[in-house]
Write a protein of this length. Structure first.
Length: 956
């Protein structure tokens, strides 16, 4: 055996020696850029050697321990993993050409020089790190979301407010590779060039281009400024006409943008206009910018889609333009402004949202953190310095990576040393640390080759334990609103909050961090304590609320139309008219008695009423106004039941909400179970959000919020006794809009009825009748406030954990006035706002629950709610069957109205007592005033139920 080995060894030796000349002849040097893409050819051996033998087996036998390269079948060396000049700038590859058994096999040496590339690898800038969005793949297609809100005055003298949320920007735009520049210093700058081809955007861009004066630099520039005291952040959007560029050549001013214009133009050559967007990434999670527009020299004309028909908006003047930039973040493995790039970071490295730079852990290095980094790391537990305080227990760790350690040592600040042999880990516990323990802790390791590595962690303990302050750390901070506790100064409150525990909002007239900023809001406007945003009082608009409504408008957000005639001037606040000589009367039209009911024009509905607290305010106003108009029999002045300041009473912040599972999906909204953090602890709530971001959904959303606020602001309202779902608040942030309601754990009545039908059978009627009594009480509450529900049905009744029925879903029904025009024609007789894709059967419009007169006129009253209540009773008696009129399964609106006019009603269900059916029939009387009021219905139902229970008890 031994002989055989020796022979073999000799053979090999011989071979190596005899091929020695070839060694010398086959030295090659190639060079490549460090940012070479994976799969790039480094060199092709057959071509290099001048042979045609491409099918030689080749293999790297030396010089590439971490697999940076790969040799393909045809002997081409290819980049297999990312290179990094700073880690290794030269590779000496030894490649075996031809298999061992091939007599012609030989070794080729290749020196690969890696070239340094400026700006590569990308820098990981911690300052502008974006959050990781675990739901990123589902929702966040954008690193940021930008919401834009604009106030404009039209040439017709109207004031419009629109708010647009862009969280998937430029989807129709032709976009250059995003030029994101992350600089090494604290500024992270983003620069984007986007060309426009889409027709709508093009026409808008043209309007802007020709409507505003251009700056010295030849662009139309919108410059925005974030206002907070501690951050200065600029954002600018420039519009450029490409033809300008072609006429004037390379525009020098654009060079300062550092965007390679010619390349951009080549990529965006089909665009007529280009937008350049640039901003410094703000450090706040959300930043509010106020923008300055260039001077406008002619009206702008925009086309707007409104319910599928196009309307024109002629803008005389843009009063305010503000933007909110919020960080959203990509999914963990994605980066880029559109989150469309794949991260390459390996071994637990974090990937930067902007440029995909990897933040390696201690044990790894390289662009992708996939090259082992031999050495040692030093760390402490707890790792957060603020958790290391006098008297705490701290552990210092030394950990060896990718090194065979012979000796590992830890040197303490006092000079003493702890040594371990043949160990790759050392943990030193420090009990009850004192200021004398502060200082550097150095881990040092010797490997088997005698190489030394070291790493240091510095202990710098805080004075007091967390949540403690004072000279002796004997006071507790207990900061609210997520504030941090500083041992000297106590709670460091977020913007808008003050007090020792951040428990109070900034005093009137101030806002911002430490309430240092002075509000600029004029004319009785309220000022948001957190960012100083103004909520204007009636009669004013503009970002400081210093612009009076245009001549023909007045009221909240200038949404009311003045009725003054004959050149009278209209008061911007309340719309009272000051007549010119010889005219008199309220409207200066001399007809003194005839008061025209002033009805607010539904301007808000025309132009995308997406968002904004103020729109909500306007809705409350409008709804209260209309309800009084419709349920006319009530004297109470509802506008006065809502005490001022309701916005701040009901507004909550998104930070205090933790969303849970989806528990319900309606036509316009969806309901999510959630936890709300309150001073009294966490409570489970139902958070209702819009289902889609469209006008219809937002309209319903605001209507529901407004009605619930109106109900809950009423002085007689009592949450404990009320049968209307309890409002807990709402969140009205640009990208997060939720109505927060009590969580009814027993679900909706319809589901309960259907379950009971399967499980219990009809003997459960008395129990369910109890719910009908509750809803009759809810209707009384609404009647007292002169509000209508318009969709009273079992599906909209929720049952709480204590088996109390509560009326919910106020947003479902359509607007009173607009509903009128929906009535005729199509199949259901009602215009259907975009049917949901996952079909919710028969929920599109509650035709079979709707009162006769509402079908005919589209008007809803408290009596029409009583009609629907009759149908609800029918649902209860039939244990959740679907109400159908005899004969026609899917009648149109007119067909159904005709049927009802003929006196046809829902049939008496089998086993339904005559008395019970009488109650239903009384609710369905043709003439609304002859129907019983909800109080009367309640009384009858209580009697019926008592009788049932007694009968059952005597028969049992
Ligand atoms: C080839 O490379 C080897 C090792 O780097 C070196 O010793 C030798 O001189 C080189 N030969 C030629 C011809 O460059
Ligand atoms: C070698 O093969 C690769 C594909 O595996 C191919 O892209 C390349 O062009 C080939 N090179 C030569 C020199 O044939
Ligand atoms: C530190 O550890 C000691 C002993 O294990 C323990 O008695 C003491 O409470 C600890 N101190 C702190 C602040 O946790
Ligand atoms: C620790 O390592 C650094 C280089 O990584 C070296 O400059 C320094 O002298 C070392 N310190 C000690 C005490 O060995």
């Amino acid at each position: 055996m031994a002989v055989n080995y020796a022979v073999l060894l000799l053979l090999v030796l011989y071979c190596l020696l005899c091929r020695a000349d070839k060694f010398e002849a086959t030295n090659f040097t190639v060079s490549g850029a460090e940012d070479a893409k994976i799969g790039t050819d480094v060199l092709s051996l057959p071509r290099l050697l001048g042979t045609e033998k491409a099918e030689l087996p080749c293999a790297i036998v030396e010089g590439d321990p971490y697999g940076r390269f790969y040799v393909s079948n045809n002997c081409t060396v290819i980049v297999a993993r990312p290179l990094d000049w700073s880690v290794q700038s030269e590779y000496l590859l030894k490649i075996l050409v031809g298999g061992q058994e091939d007599p012609d096999h030989h070794v080729v040496r290749i020196r690969v020089n890696v070239r340094n590339v400026l700006g590569y690898p990308p820098v990981y800038n911690k300052k502008c790190e974006t959050p990781v969005n675990p739901r990123g793949n589902l929702s966040g297609e954008f690193l940021f979301s930008l919401s834009l809100s604009v106030e404009v005055e039209t040439t017709e003298g109207d004031v419009f407010f629109t708010e647009k949320i862009i969280n998937k920007p430029f989807e129709k735009w032709d976009m250059d590779d995003l030029k994101v520049i992350i600089t090494g210093n604290d500024n992270c700058e983003v620069r984007i060039a986007a060309g426009i081809r889409n027709l709508n955007d093009l026409s808008a861009a043209a309007e802007i281009w020709y409507g505003f004066y251009r700056g010295e630099d030849g662009t139309v520039t919108l410059s925005c400024h974030a206002e907070t005291a501690f951050i200065q952040s600029e954002l600018s959007i420039m519009l450029l006409d490409i033809r300008e560029f072609h006429i004037h050549g390379n525009l020098p001013y654009l060079e300062q943008l550092e965007i390679p214009i010619p390349q951009v133009l080549e990529k965006l050559q089909h665009s007529l206009f280009i937008y350049f967007l640039s901003f410094n990434v703000p450090t706040n999670s959300r930043t509010h910018y106020t923008c300055k527009l260039p001077i406008q020299h002619r009206p702008l004309s925009f086309f707007k889609d409104k319910d599928h028909s196009v309307t024109r908006l002629n803008v005389r003047h843009v009063e305010t333009l503000t933007m909110d930039l919020s960080r959203i973040g990509c999914a963990p493995d994605r980066y880029g402004l559109l989150c469309d790039q794949n991260c390459i970071c390996k071994n637990g490295a974090r990937c930067h949202g902007f440029n995909g730079a990897c933040k390696c852990t201690d044990a790894w290095q390289g662009v992708a953190c996939d090259i082992p980094k031999p050495g040692v790391s030093a760390a402490t537990t707890p790792s957060d310095p603020s958790d290391i305080y006098i008297s705490a227990n701290v552990t210092v760790h030394c950990k060896v990576h990718h090194v065979k350690a012979t000796t590992l040592s830890l040197r303490l600040p006092n000079g003493s040393e702890i040594v371990r042999k043949n160990s790759s880990r050392l943990d030193q516990i420090l009990l009850n640390v004192q200021p004398t323990d502060n200082g550097p802790y150095m881990c040092k390791v010797w490997d088997t080759y005698g190489k030394v590595f070291n790493a240091t962690v510095v202990l710098d303990m805080a004075k007091c334990p967390p949540n403690r302050k004072g000279e002796f750390c004997d006071e507790t901070c207990d900061c609210l609103r997520g504030a941090t506790c500083d041992w000297r100064s106590g709670c460091v409150c977020p913007a808008g909050w003050t007090g020792t525990r951040c428990q109070t909002t900034c005093p009137n007239g101030t806002y911002g961090e430490r309430c240092r900023e002075e509000c600029r809001c004029r004319n009785g406007a309220s000022c948001s304590p957190s960012d100083g945003r103004c909520t204007c009082a009636a009669g004013w608009y503009g970002w400081q609320c210093d612009v009076p409504c245009p001549q023909s408008r007045h009221g909240l957000r200038c949404q009311q139309v003045c009725t003054c005639k004959n050149n009278a001037t209209c008061h911007n606040v309340d719309g009272t008219c000051t007549c010119v000589a010889s005219w008199t009367g309220k409207n200066c039209d001399q007809v003194e008695e005839q008061e025209q009911p002033m009805r607010p024009e539904p301007l808000l509905e025309i132009f995308v009423p997406i968002g904004s607290v103020i729109i909500l305010a306007a809705c409350v106003g409008a709804i209260l106004y209309r309800k009084r108009h419709l349920c006319g029999q009530v004297e109470a002045d509802l506008a006065q039941t809502v005490r001022p300041g309701w916005l701040s009473r009901w507004g909550k912040t998104r930070r205090h909400l933790t969303l849970g599972p989806l528990v319900g999906m309606g036509m316009f909204g969806q309901v999510i179970q959630a936890k709300l953090k309150t001073p009294a602890g966490n409570i489970t709530v139902a958070a209702k959000a819009v289902r889609r971001r469209d006008i219809q959904c937002y309209r319903n959303f605001y209507r529901e919020a407004a009605i619930l606020v109106a109900v809950h602001e009423d002085q007689h309202h009592d949450n404990l006794r009320s049968n209307i779902i309890q409002l807990l608040g709402f969140i009205n942030e640009p990208t997060h809009k939720y109505i927060l309601m009590e969580y009814a754990s027993n679900g909706n009545l319809l589901r309960l009825l259907r379950q009971a039908r399967r499980q219990v059978g009809p003997q459960s009627l008395p129990r369910h009748l109890r719910y009908a009594v509750h809803i009759a009480r809810a209707l009384q509450e609404l009647q007292r406030l002169a509000l209508t529900h318009r969709d009273v049905a079992a599906r909209n009744v929720l049952i709480t954990a204590h088996h109390v029925a509560k009326l919910a879903d106020f947003g479902q029904a359509r607007d009173v006035y607009t509903a009128v025009q929906y009535v005729p024609n199509d199949k259901h007789g009602i215009e259907q706002p975009a049917k949901p894709k996952d079909n919710v059967k028969n929920e599109v419009f509650p035709l079979n629950w709707t009162a006769l007169e509402s079908l005919e006129t589209g008007e809803y009253t408290c009596q029409s709610d009583v009609w629907s209540f009759g149908v609800l009773l029918w649902e209860i008696v039939t244990m959740g069957q679907e109400p159908r009129y005899h004969g026609n399964d899917q009648p149109t609106c007119q067909q159904l109205a005709r049927t009802l006019r003929r006196g046809i009603r829902l049939r008496r269900p089998p086993k339904c007592s005559v008395e019970m059916y009488d109650v239903m029939m009384s609710c369905w009387r043709e003439s609304p005033p002859t129907r019983p009021g909800p109080d009367e219905v309640e009384m009858k139902l209580v009697h019926l139920r008592n009788a049932m229970i007694t009968v059952r008890e005597t028969t049992v």
